[in-house]
Design a binder for this molecule. Structure first.
Ligand code: AMP
Length: 365
């Protein structure tokens, strides 16, 4: 892989906060970013040198964008595969379309994880209320119905209860393709972010613990507070997934930590993957020598990956909706590192920023 020197232009598909923080990390190393997104007001736009506002089905705009940059990555996982394919014919594109295809579909994700020996919740792909009704019989209650695609932060998810009919559940889920998952009575949830270069070199951030509220990530605790063997298993599983998928850039893998090992002795099961920066990796900006965003820039530009051993323990809290109004208090706290995404309107459920509290020396996790 060719090394792109500083001043090269990194194209980013999507204009949200993940793109903004990637662009800021790119600027630190002297790179410039070109954001492709549909809305001129998006957070990444105001911190980037170039932007294209167009729809992801505008082939002419996609091609012009691809020709104007040296490499392309993405911060929004639901970029249409066709758009990524169009771009990848003209410029190196990470993640490759085939990786995004797996990550966009909960069924493909789980099948892929299982094909390389990792555990997941039991699941059935269902495409109608009748198929759901049949599958429910096998899974019992509680179980979760999710749309296979375009779901995030709990959207398109329905917890099945005996009172809720299959027809009503199907309607609430709101998609033509669903996945029924058995409910995992997990002990905790952890995630791992892996950075990978084209030559296969990898750097794995330590496992962290995630706490969700209303299906949205609320807090990340680093280290994860699980046993060393569970943390190691999650880190190895994430590394294996990145290797087998052929990731260049970042891969975040979310896991359920089981209350007891499964029949194959596994202590963690894969829940979801994301081939991009991940909310549970934001703490790395303040507690690690290299952040996940800088690792992404390094990986896609063919630079050496940075060090991932944290210097501090940390707790990251998302500032969602009205949480944001605490910003003056947070700025006054010496252990708080505040990040604001520049969204002008506070809305319920909207990620406005995050704060990382540094908790003292890392001491090896
Ligand atoms: P997801 O969008 O799949 O990451 O789901 C959001 C959150 O819902 C997860 O982080 C879990 O807290 C919970 N969840 C999702 N799937 C399951 C499951 N099969 N069993 C138990 N909890 C789940």
């Amino acid at each position: 892989m060719k090394t792109l020197p500083p001043s090269s232009i990194i194209g980013i598909l999507g204009g949200g906060q993940l793109g903004r923080m990637t662009a800021l990390a790119a600027a630190k190393l002297g790179y410039r970013c070109h954001i492709f997104c549909s809305d001129a007001q998006e957070p990444a736009v105001e911190v980037s040198a170039f932007h294209t506002h167009a729809s992801f089905d505008d082939t002419r705009a996609l091609k012009a964008f691809a020709k104007s940059v040296d490499v392309v990555t993405l911060e929004w996982e639901n970029v249409p595969i066709a758009a990524l394919e169009t771009i990848s014919l003209l410029v190196p594109t990470y993640p490759a379309p085939k990786i995004l295809k797996v990550a966009q579909d909960r069924g493909e994700e789980k099948n892929f994880a299982r094909s390389i020996g990792l555990g997941t919740a039991d699941f059935a792909l269902v495409s109608s209320a009748a198929e759901l009704q049949e599958a429910r019989g096998r899974f019992g209650c509680p179980a979760i119905l999710k749309s296979t695609r375009m779901g995030y932060d709990g959207k398109g998810q329905v917890a099945l209860t005996p009172e809720l009919s299959s027809e009503e559940s199907w309607r609430l889920m709101g998609s033509g393709a669903g996945i029924l998952e058995s409910f995992v009575n997990f002990a905790s949830e952890v995630s791992v972010v892996v950075a990978a270069r084209a030559d296969g070199t990898m750097a794995v951030f330590p496992a962290v613990q995630n706490i969700h509220r209303n299906h949205i990530l609320a807090e990340t605790h680093a280290p994860a507070g699980v046993s060393a063997s569970i943390a190691h298993e999650a880190e190895q599983a994430a590394r294996l997934m990145a290797e087998k998928l052929g990731v260049v850039g970042l891969l975040a893998v979310e896991f359920f930590v089981l209350r007891a090992p499964d029949a194959l002795g596994r202590q963690v099961w894969v829940n979801e993957i994301a081939p991009r920066p991940h909310n549970s990796g934001h703490w790395t900006m303040d507690a690690c020598p290299t952040s996940q965003f800088e690792q992404l820039v390094r990986a896609v530009c063919g630079l050496p990956l940075g060090a991932v051993t944290p210097h501090s323990r940390a707790v990251m809290q998302n500032l969602i909706g009205d949480d944001f109004h605490a910003w003056p208090d947070l700025l006054a706290q010496s252990s708080a590192c505040l990040h604001v995404y520049g969204k002008t309107e506070v809305r319920p459920g909207r990620k406005m920023g995050h704060v990382t509290f540094l908790k003292g020396a890392w001491e090896g996790g």
